[in-house]
Design a protein around this ligand. Structure first.
Ligand SMILES: [Zn+2]
Length: 166
């Protein structure tokens, strides 16, 4: 199986770190039965997702009877692509943080962990703007994707974005 996971306790919730490829070999059933209460799933180590992997994942997030709160954290670029492409990819989960590619005119490229922070001041259906990130050369780095596309999955989750401290 190309998907592996590791469980740990973190700030009052169970954190699941998922690694590898979501494909036809993925079997998340054994993981589903181990989860309960507040759960955060870290998708930072997911490198590839094919259509069989999407089906397995959607089945998984929909069938977690003992989970009371489901959060996705550290979503990798490929998971963000699926969140944007497939409406029910996140299931009942709330997205807390995800990686975004930034680049600088000096040639520096970095992935930055962005945190989606709930905000009462954000109007619904308005997409957040990319937070400012300063390059080690002192210039402002730019988001390497179109914000209207990369942040599309946040349309129904009114938030403002902040760069997490590394
Ligand atoms: Zn730079």
């Amino acid at each position: 199986m190309n998907v592996r996971w590791k469980l740990r306790r973190g700030s009052g919730r169970l954190v699941v770190e998922l690694h590898g490829d979501f494909d036809e070999t993925a079997d998340l059933g054994p993981l589903a039965s181990a989860l309960y209460g507040r759960v955060a799933i870290d998708l930072g180590g997911v490198r590839r997702i094919n259509s069989a992997g999407v089906r397995e994942w959607i089945e998984f997030v929909r069938n977690l009877p003992d989970v009371t709160e489901l959060t996705l954290i550290g979503c990798s670029k490929v998971s963000v692509a699926q969140l944007n492409l497939i409406d029910n990819f996140r299931g009942p989960a709330h997205v807390e943080s995800f990686w975004a590619p930034y680049s600088c005119s000096c040639g520096n490229e970095r992935e930055i962990l962005l945190e989606a922070r709930a905000s009462d001041h954000v109007r619904r259906r308005r997409l957040p703007t990319a937070p400012a990130v300063i390059c080690s050369c002192g210039q402002a780095m730019e988001l390497d994707e179109l914000p209207d596309r990369y942040f599309l999955f946040l349309a129904d989750q009114p938030v403002r974005l902040g760069a997490a401290r590394a």
